[in-house]
Design a protein around this ligand. Structure first.
Ligand SMILES: Cc1cc2nc3c(=O)[nH]c(=O)nc-3n(C[C@H](O)[C@H](O)[C@H](O)COP(=O)(O)OP(=O)(O)OC[C@H]3O[C@@H](n4cnc5c(N)ncnc54)[C@H](O)[C@@H]3O)c2cc1C
Length: 449
């Protein structure tokens, strides 16, 4: 049910129209609040948004849904997309020492040549142990490399964990806490915790494009005002109002919720205290440079192929059409080639052509059957602040979400403490904010009406 806001009700601005801002706007509007959702890009969706790749429109970054993504699945149910969810059993590959291995079940794991039996047992034991840990705050105090060496041993660390950490975090892995690997292991462990321990991944027919389109329709129906192509450069408080410049008009709002990354927030919220600004500015971000490619034919049976060989420039090969029906992609194989890099990496300065040449040459070396004449479309997407890196004692390094400026709140993915970055966690942050940091102000707003 949607409650209609009174005309003189308190006005809320939500800055950032990714999945977090969209969910927050939807939930608040359904509770009867007057909400404007403000997005810098011409379209909503942020990291989950779509773009044109050859003759298809699909996500700029690969996305799958897990059976355990309960909040996301509830949202899909609410916006009548649950019936469009398709579940597919997937396989995982490893490219190690120039060879491609399947690592999709216990038998394949036990036959994985790069590790000896003791190393395999210690690797399996580490994953099992991590999946049982509940007190994750303890892990925030331990460097991830130390923790993994302790439980898996040096051999497994050198051959498997270190290349994977480097691939995922670059050199920043040396400043990352063990809570990072704990949350990643937990998510993947949950993905296999169904029935026969098979790995099941899902997607909604039409991909995130369909989710964002439906959610946008529901936002409009719930009365949310959507303002796209409005990059906010400053949020200033004047008397009791926040002044925001929306293209050529200045608008005032009673309350503002900032969902953009911490470094952006530190630039656009000058009224925050020095301590808050320092904390926001110090959050370290991981960025990404990710190629999307349409190919005439498949290149592997795996959804993810993890790469541990350091000469390969990409972090992994993601073959989305091992999950997504090829009818969605005009019969082509949809492949992503991600490289995770720190926000200040040289990848952000290089030309697309240069990166394309580097990635395609690597594929030719990895797979003698790969033929660049099969490439139908190739595009590169880059984002500097994808994920806040959980450095040591991370949760203590964040400023409070209810800021020192009355009526201004920080609700973004940097506040994910118990999970890795994914849409389910993003939705969790939005929904928990309504029940916690925003609760008083939302109740007050209801009383004022
Ligand atoms: C390569 C990759 C793979 C992923 N795979 C998965 C997956 O398989 N499954 C999964 O669940 N999740 C996955 N994710 C994570 C998922 O995309 C994120 O959790 C989610 O999209 C984050 O949403 P958000 O709203 O917090 O942030 P964002 O999507 O970053 O949204 C922030 C928004 O704020 C806007 N903004 C920034 N500055 C301003 C400004 N000054 N004024 C106004 N607006 C501004 C931005 O344009 C953006 O739209 C993946 C992400 C990446 C990058």
């Amino acid at each position: 049910m949607i409650v209609k806001p009174a005309d003189d009700s308190i006005s809320w601005a939500i800055v950032g129209g990714g999945m977090l801002g969209m969910t927050l706007a939807y939930r608040m509007a359904k509770l009867g609040h007057r909400v404007t959702l403000i997005e810098a890009a011409p379209q909503l969706g942020g990291l989950a948004s779509t773009w044109q790749l050859g003759d298809i429109e699909w996500e700029r970054y690969y996305h799958v849904i897990l059976l355990s993504d309960s909040r996301l699945r509830n949202l899909l149910e609410e916006i009548d997309l649950a019936d469009d969810l398709k579940w597919v059993e997937t396989k995982t590959g490893f490219f190690t020492d120039g060879q491609l291995y399947s690592m999709s079940n216990t038998a394949e794991f036990l036959g994985f040549p790069p590790l000896n039996l003791i190393e395999k047992l210690r690797l399996g034991g580490t994953i099992f142990y991590a999946s049982k840990i509940r007190n994750w705050r303890r892990l925030e105090k331990i460097p991830v490399a130390d923790w993994l060496k302790r439980w898996s041993g040096k051999g497994t660390f050198d051959k498997i964990w270190e290349p994977l950490l480097r691939a995922k975090l670059g050199e920043s892995y040396q400043r990352t806490a063990a809570s990072f690997i704990w949350s990643n292991i937990n998510r993947m462990y949950k993905a296999r915790r169904t029935g026969l321990k098979k790995e099941m991944f899902g997607y909604v027919r039409g991909g995130y494009g369909a989710i964002i389109k439906r959610l946008t329709e529901r936002l409009l129906k719930a009365g949310v005002e959507i303002r796209t192509s409005c990059p906010i450069s400053e949020i200033k408080k004047q008397d009791d109002y926040f002044k925001l410049q929306l293209r050529d008009v200045t608008q005032t709002y009673d309350r503002v919720v900032v969902t953009v990354a911490n470094d952006v927030a530190s630039r656009i919220c000058p009224d925050l205290s020095k301590d808050e600004l320092d904390k926001l500015g110090k959050t370290e971000y991981l960025g990404i440079c990710c190629a999307s490619m349409l190919l005439k034919r498949p290149i592997s049976p795996y959804y993810v192929t993890n790469i541990t060989d350091s000469w390969v420039p990409m972090t992994a090969v993601i073959e989305s059409t091992n999950i997504v029906d090829r009818e969605e992609t005009g019969g082509a194989s949809l492949i992503y080639l991600p490289k995770y890099v720190p926000a200040a990496h040289e990848m952000f300065e290089r030309s697309d052509e240069d990166i394309q040449e580097e990635f395609l040459s690597a594929l030719e070396k990895m797979d003698p059957d790969f033929d660049r004449d099969d490439v139908r479309a190739f595009r590169i997407s880059r984002t500097r602040n994808v994920m806040a890196i959980p450095t040591l004692n991370y949760s203590n390094s964040l400023p409070p979400q209810k800021t020192s400026v009355p009526g201004m709140y920080l609700v973004n993915s940097a506040y994910i403490l118990k999970g890795n970055l994914n849409v389910n966690e993003t939705i969790t942050i939005a929904e928990q904010a309504i029940d916690t940091v925003l609760a008083n102000d939302l109740q007050l707003a209801t009383q004022v009406k």
